[in-house]
Design a protein around this ligand. Sequence first.
Ligand SMILES: Cc1ncc(COP(=O)(O)O)c(C=O)c1O
Length: 461
Amino acid sequence: MKKTGTEENMQTVRTVLDLIGNTPLLKARYLGKCELFLKLENHNPGGSIKDRIALSMIAAAEREGKIRQGSTLVEATAGNTGLGLALVAAQKGYKMILVIPDKMSQEKISHLKALGAEIVVTRSDVEKGHPEYYQDLAERIARETPDSFYINQFANPANPAAHEQTTAPEIWEQMERRVDAVVCGVGSGGTITGLSRYFSRVSPKTEFILADPAGSVLAGYVRTKKLGKAGSWLVEGIGEDFIPPIADLSRVSKAYTIGDEESFSTARELLRSEGVLAGSSSGTLAAAALRYCRESSAPKRVVTFVADSGNKYLSKMFNDFWMADHGFLRKAASGDLRDLVGRPFHEGSVSSVKPADTLMTAFLRMRLYEYAQLPVIEGGRVAGILDESDILLAVHTDVSAYHKPVREYMTKNLVTVQPSTSLEEMTVILEKGLVGLLYCEGKFYGLITRVDLLNHLRRRL
Ligand SMILES: Cc1ncc(COP(=O)(O)O)c(C=O)c1O
């Protein structure tokens, strides 16, 4: 007898590894002609589709006698593959070394370390072929470490095999064996290669559609069979500047190029409309799927992926300030200095202190929001500015000054500017190491710092 959903959910598993795969499929409430389904890979225990390949690549190395209890695994990644590998390695008792470029966030590094991985940070400003390039370094560490194995997801056949043997048949059954199109992104190419191999056997008519971030060379390659010049993009986990050795794009019939802005806004929409907290690449995939559905003249059953959880992107794509700083959430321009203010005071978005707050409160608030200075607000007006050097001067000879009120240490020599102040004048103020207090019609509008000016100039690009 078929189990009810509740009974299935009540199962007890032996280890967390038993929770990898068999992810749910959600039918999106998309109102067009097509039916759109989302394979929720964020439900894997490590939070992404990469748990599948971590399990499969480690199992293959075990089967082939390449590793044994106590062996060391080495990989070059700070992304989801690192999380998946660190999780599986810890459960199976392997040592895990992950080589990551130095531009990766502290949060990711903390997560990997908390899983027990050893982290080797290397340069992000060097290219393939340089001994400190993260992949070359990982390969060397594996060569020089006794009893170790270089996982190399980009060339490891157990990567596409994981999708051919698990992801694809799950989709096939969950879709009741009727799949017109699969919309997929490519990082290593494992997903698209494994899925297209399986579907070429069971349903050769199923179309494969590539969703690619603007800046990646893959979509251009699908269209022209030529490798263009790569640019940069902010969406994480998909898009490449080369064709990965395991990526087989021969069954891809169409490719959509999606810009960061559309990816992020679609991912945000996915949360609002479907309640799915998905990562940035899910926005790229869903945007491509929606375009495909709109262009299609016949009703189609289309599958795409939520490859990872949006938890990792709360301070980026799901943060309105981050979006605005990057020019993705556009406000109507005022055509004056107000356009520079990233955090208008009247929106309640300025973090500040009161004159009676302690230096400790001010310091902790600066650390929390990563600001170098805070306005000191009293009765809706700025009474002063407190910056890191004010705190340092106060506490370096007497740490008890942390308990003293901000009022005693704030700078009262304030530079006030008006919306009509020119950008040149503002630049001179900032060059002197000062910040500007913008007043508009007698009311405090917001601070203008160097970061605000830099963001403003970047948005003009
Ligand atoms: C975040 C993320 N990682 C990885 C992938 C797929 O990667 P790969 O080509 O390595 O299987 C996707 C695909 O959608 C993705 O969204």
